[in-house]
Design a protein around this ligand. Sequence first.
Ligand code: GLN
Length: 259
Amino acid sequence: MKSKIGGLFKTVACAAAVSCAAFSFTSAAEAETLRVGTEATYAPFEFAADDGSLTGFDVELIRAIGKEAGYDDVQVINMPFDGLIPAIMTSQIDVIIAAMTITPERAERVDFTDPYYTSGLSVLIREDTASKYPNIDALKGQTLCAQIGSTGAFTAEKLSPGKVKAFNTEPEAFMELKAGGCEGVVNDRPINLYFLSQSNASDGVTEINEVLTAEKYGIAVRKGNTELLEKLNTGLKNARENGTYDQIYQKWFKLAPKD
Ligand code: GLN
């Protein structure tokens, strides 16, 4: 009898207190939110639409996979590219999707899902230097631009040790190339091609017709978070099987998927 009254009192107190109701709502919502980090100046994979919302191939893919994996809410958070792995290691985010290449060095710090996209590096130069740089080798030792912490920056450093200008975002690297501050931008090819398709921004810029390396993009989770990794791999597999992956691919690349 005593405990029944106690229980009843507790229920009434909880229902009456706004903070109690708000608290239980918050914890339930948090349990179902997937916190995703990205670097949103990397069109067509992740960028801000005119209304400020984040969009692109990766953003739509992780929303679809998150839904598939049972998350009510997929929250996409913009941060610097070289801050993404530190943010996941300190649990500020649960997942990274950022056109991030699976590399052995990164795989020591995070776990990657199965690859979701095959990419490669290419180099943009100014049109007026095209005859000087018929291939990538010709750029060796020249000042190059790239994004901080990217595979493009690592490759540029191998081509021109100590002569790489690294920027937080790729658009800054493109601007520096146009302004004559470097001779080439080493970057992921699909982003270079998208940039070249934007007529005004890319006027006077062209691509050296050579692909440097094959790279595979993966979605990263905290090292050892196998439960989430499995959910994402299943979600990715389902998205490939039920046509969602193809639909998103068509929207952003207008071609049949290669992989
Ligand atoms: N794919 C490249 C890398 O992983 C570039 C990614 C990016 O700049 N968003 O380093």
